[in-house]
Design a protein around this ligand. Sequence first.
Ligand SMILES: NC(=O)c1ccc[n+]([C@@H]2O[C@H](COP(=O)([O-])OP(=O)(O)OC[C@H]3O[C@@H](n4cnc5c(N)ncnc54)[C@H](OP(=O)(O)O)[C@@H]3O)[C@@H](O)[C@H]2O)c1
Length: 311
Amino acid sequence: MRAAVITGYGGLDVLDVVEVDDPVARPGEVVVDVRAASVNGADPKVRTGASKYDSIAFPHILGRDFSGVVREAEASSGWSAGDEVFGVSERGADGGQAERIAVAAAIVARKPPSLDHAEAAALALTGITAIYALEDVAQLRAGQRILVQGGAGGVGSFAVQLARHLGAVVTTTASAANRDYVVSLGADEVIDYRETDFTSLGERFDIVFDTVGGEVQRRSAAVVKPGGLLVFCAPGPEGANPSRHDISVRRPAVDRDRGHLERITELVEGGAVRPPAITRLPLEALVEAHRLSEGRHVRGKLVLEPRHPAA
Ligand SMILES: NC(=O)c1ccc[n+]([C@@H]2O[C@H](COP(=O)([O-])OP(=O)(O)OC[C@H]3O[C@@H](n4cnc5c(N)ncnc54)[C@H](OP(=O)(O)O)[C@@H]3O)[C@@H](O)[C@H]2O)c1
């Protein structure tokens, strides 16, 4: 099968799309014909070695979230050939940017029926990340004020909608070009971070969800109310060294399970969340996808679509 791989750790030159052996299901796994696989911030981090896992051997297949059709499944798995599923592979495992993936049957879920495969792939990791952050960790409630840093990104697009659905008053940061987009997702207030220093908003948020990281995360502590929470999913200094002691700072463990995927489906089918803006690219556009992802200005999600002659 064709697969997007890294041949080692490094720059764009370690990316390649090559023929590799078809995956073989181990006990408890299903094999899925991948129709679409997201590109995530994790991909360039794995490529450069900024995120290293002992389980990685080269060539390593990239990708985390995917959507496709079950090809092989043991009867005991609960899945049958032809079932449409989506999911997020484990960190360090071969990923979904390939024609097929073998993945634990327990961590895939039925694809939301109203979505196509690219839309489902775009919502899987972003969705579970936002759900862990806002529902499991922050326990966001109606009437609370939240700032979502980076509302136009993949996680941000989901988080703005989820926060609005939960009844929070939602402020988000975005550049002027993304203002209308984040308003369409449900933002009550948009801060153009290039024009306005968000720290001038003062300590007025019960919760800040940072999806940008770095300096933005460090500075985000300044707008959390005393007793409030800064929750983050992008790397930054706050986790290791909180700058304030009257707020909590937490990074959710984004574990893989079916339950959080099914929560995405519930939110989508109930009309609370729609897919983000999606740029669809062929698997062969891998290098371009990494360039765009590393640029950190993608609106919504990049999704790779492997070609399937039989589809
Ligand atoms: N812990 C986990 O399991 C987990 C899971 C998923 C993602 N993540 C991490 O979370 C981060 C976010 O990923 P992502 O895919 O949602 O998006 P992303 O590609 O990192 O972000 C793209 C968006 O960020 C916005 N942006 C860039 N700089 C900004 C700034 N200074 N202030 C506000 N917005 C800014 C851009 O909007 P403009 O063009 O308008 O600036 C763009 O729409 C990544 O670091 C990723 O690795 C972690």
